[in-house]
Write a protein that binds this ligand. Structure first.
Ligand SMILES: Nc1ncnc2c1ncn2[C@@H]1O[C@H](COP(=O)(O)OP(=O)(O)OP(=O)(O)O)[C@@H](O)[C@H]1O
Ligand SMILES: Nc1ccn([C@@H]2O[C@H](COP(=O)(O)O)[C@@H](O)[C@H]2O)c(=O)n1
Length: 213
């Protein structure tokens, strides 16, 4: 079974994906980390005249295991990720990694921006997790502050809104709600309530598929 989970920055898709993965005992891939790793690897190279070619080479030779997740989950790495994500050949290289992960026996859960629309268009279940931008910024600010990173709500909100807009109008991307995705707005939900709502949606789709097969 493949579960595809998409949504905007800091919407809680990773949190829900990890909990669903534990529940269904499926491997999980946070595909944003792939783009973040390429962005982080490019941190000193993004001003080079040939930065796109350098990014393509880094994506084609990416070994995610070589990166520390703390380095990848910074606001700066998110901004760099959004930039390299606009290069079609970077997306093509990372698509191969994602498809290989999705096709392992028994299935998988992947979360990102284009999982239901492009990477796994035939996924059994597709969820689109969202929350309003101030709520997402508040959660991300709290997350970074708790890690000792001194950021303010206003700057994080501005970054999230810019990243959402850039991702949505990325001509190389496919960040939109898949026609067969189930929408879940977590703005007013606790983590546990959001997980239970997601689980209910997944169970509902699986029950419907079982009864019609
Ligand atoms: N429903 C919720 N209520 C409160 N906090 C939440 C909720 N969902 C997630 N969070 C918190 O918000 C932060 C961001 O969540 P998470 O990393 O799951 O988002 P994401 O969509 O995967 O982010 P990214 O865009 O970076 O991939 C985390 O600190 C998480 O614990
Ligand atoms: N499937 C994906 C996943 C991510 N991106 C780009 O990476 C950025 C960081 O992603 P997070 O999920 O960690 O926030 C994101 O803003 C996108 O630009 C992507 O294009 N496709």
């Amino acid at each position: 079974m493949i579960i595809a989970i998409d949504g905007p920055a800091a919407s809680g898709k990773g949190t829900i994906s990890k909990k669903l993965a534990a529940h269904f005992q499926l491997p999980h891939m946070d595909t944003g980390l792939l783009y973040r790793a390429v962005g982080y690897a490019m941190r000193d190279d993004l001003d080079l005249p040939n930065w796109e070619q350098v990014a393509i080479e880094k994506a084609q030779t990416l070994d995610l295991a070589q990166y520390d997740e703390n380095d990848l989950t910074t606001a700066e790495a998110g901004i760099a990720a959004s930039k390299v994500a606009r290069v079609p050949e970077v997306r093509a290289a990372l698509k191969q990694v994602q498809i290989k992960f999705a096709q392992q026996p028994g299935g998988a859960i992947l979360d990102g921006r284009d999982i239901g629309t492009r990477i796994c268009p035939d996924a059994e279940v597709k969820l689109y997790i969202t929350a309003d931008a101030p709520t997402r910024a508040e959660r991300r600010t709290k997350q970074l502050n708790e890690r000792g990173v001194n950021v303010h709500f206003d700057e994080i909100l501005a970054q999230i809104e810019k990243r959402d807009a850039d991702d949505k109008d990325n001509p190389a991307g496919a960040f939109f709600v898949a026609a067969d995705a189930h929408l879940l707005d977590t703005t007013k939900l606790s983590i546990e309530a959001a997980f239970q709502a997601a689980l209910q949606l997944v169970d509902g789709v699986l029950a419907q598929k079982k009864s019609s097969s």
